[in-house]
Design a protein around this ligand. Structure first.
Ligand SMILES: [Zn+2]
Ligand SMILES: [Zn+2]
Length: 317
């Protein structure tokens, strides 16, 4: 082959940049409000009202909203939109994007772009939330834990949508759901107040519904999802080969609805099931299975024994 067929270095197509324009002042204020207001509600509500200011009605509403918005993140934002673990009809496609927004972790396009960048650079320079970016001394790991858990959310860097989520940016329905993010978050914290008021026929019920099933539930769920980014890249078993420090952390399996089987996930990102071994509860995978039976989703990428054997760390369990 003659050298004339090679493009000179400057004309080679380059990958698009990792980052887009930095976040503006208003965006940063909004993000801090979304993160800190539910958190302050949680830390003040627990000691102030536990035992007398929370009712079974509040906890029941919280459980329903926790389940809906967590599935929006795990089945929707993560396994479907980020990794394409299955195909879905249009109604499910849109419903999953709205349910995910109700977790108040960011609108769908930005969330997916960040998470695809996490997989592209996991635990290396370029990963938006690795706990390993500062070193391995105890102090560096404490800093890394904070950064991976929630510190990264306060940074002004923005993942480049053109590079990491052009498919979603080209989808008119998803762009609409994405733009309406503040509406979905408002509904997520206000509907529990309405339900609390209607079910108890009292303003007090509306207030405690808002506080517990609205704000405190959002904050609690934030920390469960963020623990997957922090704890599940630091502590746990690593039965599968992956290029990073991702680990399976069983204590969070139920609350994270299967997402804490994170080493299995990094080894096989597009698999619809993360808890792939016997006894590894994965509630999200069970819901995908039900949706498949109902005919709402199809082409589900279920793991096969042969594939799992190939991905397993050789010589270990
Ligand atoms: Zn990860
Ligand atoms: Zn993932």
């Amino acid at each position: 082959m003659s050298s004339a067929t090679l493009l000179p270095p400057d004309d080679r197509p380059r990958p698009k940049p990792l980052l887009a324009a930095r976040a503006g002042r208003l965006e940063m204020v909004t993000i801090r409000a979304f993160l800190l207001i539910p958190f302050l509600a949680l830390v003040s509500a627990v000691p102030l009202t536990w035992g007398w200011g929370v009712s079974w009605v509040d906890l029941a509403i919280a459980a329903v909203f926790y389940t809906v918005s967590t599935l929006g993140i795990t089945v929707g934002y993560h396994r479907y939109f980020t990794h394409g673990a299955f195909k879905a009809n249009r109604a499910v496609h849109i419903a999953l994007a709205i349910m995910g927004a109700m977790a108040a972790q960011g609108s769908v396009i930005g969330w997916v772009a960040d998470h695809r960048r996490h997989h592209a650079f996991s635990d290396r320079e370029g990963d938006p939330h690795s706990p390993w970016l500062f070193g391995t001394s105890p102090l560096a790991l404490a800093k890394g834990f904070w950064h991976a858990h929630m510190g990264w959310l306060f940074g002004r860097d923005r993942t480049n949508i053109d590079r990491f989520a052009p498919d979603l940016a080209a989808d008119a329905d998803i762009r609409m759901v994405d733009r309406l993010f503040p509406l979905w978050v408002s509904l997520s914290v206000l509907l529990p107040a309405v339900l609390g008021g209607v079910l108890t026929l009292s303003w007090w019920g509306a207030l405690t519904g808002f506080l517990w099933a609205g704000l405190a539930r959002v904050a609690f769920q934030h920390h469960v999802t963020w623990s997957v980014n922090s704890i599940c890249h630091m502590i746990g078993d690593r039965p599968f080969r992956s290029r990073d420090r991702s680990a399976n952390f069983w204590p969070l399996a139920i609350l994270s609805m299967g997402e804490s089987w994170h080493n299995s996930h990094h080894a096989d990102p597009s698999s619809a099931r993360h808890g792939v071994r016997r006894g590894q509860v994965d509630i999200s995978a069970r819901f995908i299975w039900v949706f498949e039976r109902l005919g709402w989703v199809w082409d589900v990428r279920w793991p096969t024994p042969q594939r799992l054997a190939r991905l397993a760390v050789s010589g270990k369990r």
